[in-house]
Design a protein. Structure first.
Length: 259
């Protein structure tokens, strides 16, 4: 009988030889590392709704390129949406004196006047809203071009001198935006002679005193009784300048967009 015994760790290959026993190597242990969860996105102000107000194209003229301009002044409702999104500081909710130094204390519009233009906002607040809406404030020369056209109309709508009632002026407060059909340019921009005087984005170059910039504000407003303030101003008219930090019941804004 053949001796088939072999030392431990070897085996008989049936030819009377002891050969090493072949053992599969032990599997290599692996460690599964769970991936870290993705970091939450940074909190940011909510994007503006698609409806941030209709705009019209204003054709370029001379050295002013074409641009888009809001049809109406920004409403209380639209500004409140920006404030709710965290991109705008809520506008004043108390009485403020007007910026022209009159003895006028008029109420700032509230959400109850949601379709009236927002007022009592500073230049910085107006800029913030326009930036949130993907727009900007118009420059004075753009505003004047939109109001008077390339032929320098005396009034936004043409040459006809208005009377009280034709526009939101000579009253006790602002009006629903676009509610006075006469106060519209041929291109369809509304309320450039009445409702609210408007911020523009340019400092008055002749101002040299103080620490707060003086900025052009253009257009008539609901308080104006004198038809002479309803016409389209010129760039050299220094009577339409305001403190950039002032909040006034007579001042609002509309936005522009480069094309």
């Amino acid at each position: 009988m053949l001796d088939t015994s072999c030392p431990r760790g070897m085996y008989n290959d049936m030819s009377q030889r002891c050969v090493p026993d072949v053992i599969d190597p032990a599997p290599i242990a692996t460690t599964v590392v769970a991936s870290a969860p993705p970091a939450p996105p940074a909190q940011a102000a909510a994007a503006p709704p698609k409806d941030v107000g209709p705009m019209v194209r204003i054709a370029g003229f001379d050295k002013i390129p074409a641009f888009d301009l809001d049809v109406t002044e920004v409403t209380v409702r639209a500004y409140a949406t920006c404030a709710a999104a965290g991109a705008c500081i809520p506008h004043a909710a108390h009485d403020d004196p007007d910026l022209f130094g009159l003895a006028l204390h008029a109420s700032c519009n509230t959400i109850a006047e949601s379709e009236h233009p927002v007022n009592c906002v500073s230049l910085a607040q107006a800029r913030a809203y326009c930036a949130w809406a993907g727009k900007r404030l118009p420059r004075p020369e753009e505003w004047i071009l939109a109001a008077g056209g390339p032929n320098a109309r005396p009034f936004p709508w043409g040459a006809q001198r208005p009377v009280t009632g034709d526009l939101c002026a000579g009253g006790k407060g602002s009006c629903v935006v676009g509610s006075h059909p006469l106060d519209a340019t041929p291109e369809g921009v509304k309320d450039m002679a009445g409702n609210l005087t408007e911020w523009t984005d340019d400092e008055f170059p002749g101002y040299s005193g103080g620490t707060v910039p003086m900025v052009f504000v253009l257009g008539g407003n609901w308080f104006d009784h004198d038809p002479r303030v309803w016409d389209v101003p010129s760039r050299s008219d220094t009577s339409f300048v305001a403190n950039a930090e002032q909040h006034s019941a007579l001042v609002g804004f509309r936005c522009a967009r480069s094309t």
